[in-house]
Design a protein around this ligand. Structure first.
Ligand code: F6P
Length: 561
């Protein structure tokens, strides 16, 4: 395939289009009866178990998807990513987040320079700094140890670290490491979020970490100034040196802001914001809370998947299979959404990290594109709408839609051993068993459904039969993790990061830029200018359209006292 050929023009794409009709003839209920098929759609790697037998497809589908991968030059594209080529062509950058978790002796180059020693220089600095803070050898302006941390950042500089922190917060090893400490996040510029982030905290014992790749993001910079004022007002301006540190690629702006460059932790332009949790963006706040040795386990889990992704044959490669199945569901079966359903409360921030509230997203910011990597409008839809909620909570909200409304492919994520096993005296089935009973039952409910005949056999009154019928044939996959410790969290993160890359590589788009978020940002800055003018000179709102002018005027009127 020539680089400018769209994937939809290739033979394997056309073969898959034709194959859809065959698959639509067979209900998942029947497909699930074929044990050989089911067996061929299961996979184990490094403690993880993936069962994708409830996808609407068979061995032929998988063979055709692997041919599609070949037509898309997937192997070469993955190779280019790992070898530091500038595959983010619109920003002329390498995409090397895998280097962030590479072992110390690995070699990974961007622009001819091995970046791994640089990565480890920062990791070593984080290790040393976080140890000083945690041991109390670094003290605040009034001589007290800093036990609380507020990480200020938004989008990729927030959601990944929040997901990992939430996942570890109930893990017994992490609990022991984080004893007596607090990690909070401030993302939204909403003053309510500011108030929540510092409620009950004492500036004397708080460290603020400003996390911003560019150090220009309006929300983060305003929040950083607000917290700088909070510290200065309480402890004097000189206290900033002891109470504020930064993570950024723009160390000049960090210094200009008033943070000592020695207290800045670098990362690099080859790390995309939404892929930055394994850089100082996540590693610093998490190490302050849990200590670097625990965070290193998280990096090792991600690294294990990185190796697997780059070396396992595609038919045994978890991120590749997941990515190909997503392409199948979106582009061939026409299902535009995907539900991420962890049966594990500690993963409550996992779906938000993958979906990231439509604003900044591992999946949606990466693959929400309308043109190919060469700028050609796509004649097919790429990307999917991700959303999710831990089970069983989700079962009591949006599952109705999934069972009897729209067809939404689901990712069920379960954990064999609970972080917090509880057993009630006299109960045979523990809370975790109860939770996991649902994890095992839901995929079959979606796949098999319930027919009118079955209902009539159960003597359901005729008038209720249409309401109680489940069409079934709704695809899902099940991923079982052995437990949820730092290592497994790293594995899970890397699987989803690479799955997104696979989808983008196959669709032929650039998954690593995010121009779509710029327009809203620049319009907000025009609004901000108008607000400034109105407040300083009492000038009426000008420009915009009738609707925006009216809304702004109302807003100003309501704030005029
Ligand atoms: O939402 C767009 C975006 O640029 C993301 O890609 C990024 O993670 C986020 O804003 C925050 O950017 P920064 O880390 O530069 O503050």
């Amino acid at each position: 395939m020539a680089s400018s050929t769209l994937i939809c023009e290739t033979q394997p794409w056309k073969a898959l289009k034709a194959h859809v009709e065959d698959i639509k003839k067979t209900h998942l209920r029947d497909l699930m009866g074929d044990s050989e098929r089911c067996k061929s759609m299961m996979l184990e790697f490094d403690g993880l178990f993936l069962d994708y037998s409830r996808q609407c497809g068979n061995q032929d589908t998988m063979a055709k998807l692997l041919e599609l991968a070949e037509a898309a030059h997937l192997k070469e594209k993955i190779g280019k990513m790992y070898s530091g080529e500038h595959i983010n062509n619109t920003e002329d950058r390498s995409v090397l987040h895998v280097a962030l978790r590479a072992p110390r002796d690995a070699v990974m180059s961007s622009d001819g320079i091995n970046v791994v020693p640089e990565v480890w220089k920062v990791l070593d600095k984080i290790n040393e700094f976080s140890e000083k803070i945690r041991s109390g050898s670094w003290i605040g302006a009034t001589g007290k140890a800093l036990k609380d941390v507020v990480a200020v950042g938004i989008g990729g500089s927030f959601l990944g670290p929040l997901f990992v922190h939430t996942a570890l917060q109930t893990d017994s090893e992490a609990v022991a490491c984080g004893k007596g400490r607090q990690l909070r996040f401030l993302a939204n510029v909403d003053p309510v979020d500011v108030a929540k982030s510092i409620a009950g905290l004492n500036p004397e014992t708080t460290l603020v970490v400003v996390v911003s790749k560019t150090f220009t993001t309006a929300e983060t910079m305003l929040n950083a100034r607000t917290l700088r004022e909070w510290i200065s007002a309480a402890l004097g301006p000189q206290a900033v040196a002891k109470h504020m540190v930064a993570v950024s690629t723009n160390l000049a702006l960090v210094e200009q802001f008033g943070i000592d460059p020695n207290n800045a932790f670098a990362f690099w332009d080859w790390v995309g914001g939404r892929y930055s949790v394994c850089s100082a963006v996540g590693v610093l706040p998490l190490s302050l809370q849990y200590g670097f040795p625990l965070v290193e386990k998280f990096l090792k889990g991600a690294s294990s998947i990185d190796k697997h992704f780059n070396s396992a044959p595609f038919e045994k490669n978890i991120p590749v299979l997941l990515g190909l199945l997503s392409v199948w569901n979106v582009s061939f079966l026409g299902y535009p959404a995907r539900a991420i359903l962890p049966y594990c409360q500690a993963l409550e921030k996992f779906a938000p990290h993958i979906q990231q509230a439509c604003v900044n997203s591992v999946s949606m910011e990466s693959n929400g594109k309308g043109v190919s990597i060469d700028g050609v409008p796509l004649p097919f839809e790429a990307g999917e709408i991700d959303f999710g909620e831990p089970g069983t909570n989700g079962q009591h909200s949006f599952y109705q839609l999934i069972h009897q409304g729209r067809v939404i492919p689901c990712d069920f994520i379960g954990v064999v051993k609970s972080q917090q096993p509880v057993y009630l005296k006299g109960e045979v089935v523990s809370n975790h068993d109860e939770l996991m009973s649902n994890f095992f039952a839901q995929p079959d409910a979606l796949a098999y459904g319930k027919t009118a005949e079955q209902l009539l056999g159960e003597k359901v009154p005729q008038h209720l039969v249409p309401h109680k019928t489940f069409s079934g044939n709704r695809p899902s996959l099940s991923l079982l993790l052995p437990s949820l410790n730092a290592y497994n969290v790293g594995q899970l993160l890397a699987i989803y990061e690479h799955r997104v890359a696979v989808e983008g590589f196959v669709w032929g788009i650039n998954s690593f830029d995010q121009w779509g978020v710029e327009l809203g940002k620049s319009l907000a800055s025009q609004v901000r200018k108008q607000l400034n003018k109105a407040r300083t000179n009492g000038e009426p709102v000008e420009g915009f359209n009738y609707s925006t002018r009216t809304l702004l005027t109302k807003y100003l009127e309501g704030n005029s006292d």
